[in-house]
Ligand binder design. Structure first.
Ligand code: URA
Length: 249
């Protein structure tokens, strides 16, 4: 089993989940089978400690507290603090990255290191600014030791928090940064097959969203730092994002 399949299996989505990169919608029955992720995956003891019934009904301060106090996987023991996300909680734009790096671990905010500088420039290029009608978060909220890739079970414990953030923000458009972010939002294919087109995010559990949210997948800023040639393609993706948003508002 490859890493993608392992992650999807941890999320109860494998082999039920269809590759959306191939534009195959999840069938209703399969979505129902995958439904109880939010309640099941996040450690019950985390909810109990917080005196909450389930994640799907918690409000923003409750969710923040849950993430802050989460010990559902071993990542929390090795990081300085959780990195919940930052910005406008009623934003039209939601940018989703992968996991906090060392700088983010120290500052407690997503994308504050080198890749964050590039993300800020990307935002500026499309006339957006961190915190203004933009929310930025990651799929995993804790810095993994040595910036290693989080394990499938660590990701699975954390993804329900992201899903609840999406439910609460109800952004008009989601921009997933990189293949891992896309995978965690249910899109399992190589980035070149996923970028450059409009997807529909319908949540990882069937009750999660009232309506689909348009989603665009593009290169992670760190990839762009390593492979500047991809910047032109990223720019195309961002133009698509801007055009999509113009249609939506
Ligand atoms: N990379 C990410 O995906 N997120 C961050 O917050 C920082 C670097």
């Amino acid at each position: 089993m490859n890493r993608e399949e392992a992650i999807l299996r941890e999320l109860n989505l494998y082999p039920l989940w269809q590759r959306r990169g191939q534009a195959k919608p999840v069938c209703e029955q399969e979505a129902a089978a995958a439904q109880p992720i939010i309640e099941q995956v996040t450690s019950q003891s985390v909810m109990e400690k917080a005196g909450l019934q389930n994640l799907a009904s918690c409000n923003w301060p409750e969710l923040k507290a849950l993430v802050k106090n989460c010990t559902a996987c071993k990542l929390r023991a090795g990081c300085t603090q959780t990195v919940f996300g930052m910005g406008d909680v009623r934003a039209d734009w939601l940018f989703v990255g992968e996991w906090p790096g060392a700088d983010e671990d120290v500052q407690g905010e997503p994308f504050v290191g080198q890749s964050g500088k590039l993300l800020d420039n990307i935002l500026a290029a499309i006339k957006l600014k961190r915190g203004h009608n933009v929310y930025i978060t990651n799929t995993v909220k804790c810095y993994p030791p040595g910036n290693r890739t989080p394990e499938a079970n660590e990701i699975a414990q954390c993804v329900p928090y992201l899903e609840r953030q999406i439910q609460l923000i109800q952004p008009k458009l989601i921009v997933a940064l990189g293949e891992t972010a896309a995978l965690l939002l249910g899109y399992d294919a190589a980035l070149p097959d996923l970028r450059g087109k409009l997807h529909n995010y319908r949540g990882l559990s069937s009750h999660s969203l009232d309506k689909d949210i348009p989603l665009i997948i593009t290169y992670h800023p760190t990839d762009l730092l390593h492979t500047p040639l991809n910047k032109a393609k990223a720019w195309d993706d961002l133009c698509l994002a801007v055009a999509t948003m113009q249609r939506l508002v």
